[in-house]
Design a protein around this ligand. Structure first.
Ligand code: NAG
Ligand code: NAG
Ligand code: NAG
Ligand code: NAG
Ligand code: NAG
Length: 164
């Protein structure tokens, strides 16, 4: 089987799994961060902190195993965010989390090449830390970040503070 056939096969598997749907739990978990981990170790630490497994068992967007930690850019390329979402196979682009679509997907306006941004022909979105060039796209868009992180949808945190 050659590379092209393999890509088609992966694409077919992805379509048949029907995971292109809007995922409310993913949108609710999205949180803006000033930077993303760029090594496996940093990634694992950040993933542990985000604790996506807590949400994974309470969502119907994908299987529990596929519902994973991500740190990716947004659709407008002006934000890096942490999100628990169904992982996807990405084909030669940077990964984005699209808040409106509620999905992890290829950022079609950011194809990778040999110079910049670099990434692989296909890879799992949950390995985005391997392609730090993609995070650079955000700083290149000239947005200045504050050092604090913003929470878009505080789910349990605020309730817990008020419950006592
Ligand atoms: C993640 O959430 C689960 C379920 O609520 C909990 O048992 C576990 O201790 C949490 N892990 C971390 C690292 O917070
Ligand atoms: C997921 O599906 C189960 C069974 O259909 C349902 O009971 C549950 O409420 C659903 N959970 C969410 C978060 O939609
Ligand atoms: C990113 O750009 C969009 C569209 O221009 C804008 O609505 C949004 O507020 C921006 N987000 C940030 C974090 O700057
Ligand atoms: C790589 O992509 C960037 C951005 O799309 C473009 O500016 C650059 O010319 C491309 N380089 C090559 C070698 O194709
Ligand atoms: C925040 O979460 C609530 C509860 O799940 C949901 O109804 C609401 O639409 C979310 N708001 C945003 C901005 O995502």
């Amino acid at each position: 089987m050659n590379k092209i056939h393999l890509i088609y096969l992966l694409l077919l598997i992805q379509i048949s799994e029907g995971i292109l749907r809007y995922c409310q739990e993913a949108v609710n978990s999205a949180e803006s961060v000033s930077s993303c981990p760029t090594s496996n170790k940093e990634w694992e630490n950040a993933a542990r902190k985000k604790n996506c497994s807590k949400i994974a068992s309470q969502q119907n967007c994908s299987t529990v195993e596929k519902f994973q930690y991500h740190c990716v850019i947004n659709g407008y390329r002006n934000e890096t965010l942490e999100v628990c979402a169904p992982s996807r196979m990405i084909f030669g682009h940077c990964v984005e989390f699209n808040r409106l679509g509620g999905v992890i997907q290829d950022q079609y306006s950011s194809p990778c090449n040999d110079t910049f941004p670099k990434c692989d022909k296909y890879y799992s979105s949950s390995n985005a830390y391997k392609y730090p060039d993609c995070y650079q796209l955000v700083s290149l868009s000239g947005i200045i970040y504050s050092t604090t992180t913003m929470k878009y949808n505080k789910t349990s945190t605020t309730d817990e503070l008020h419950s006592t």
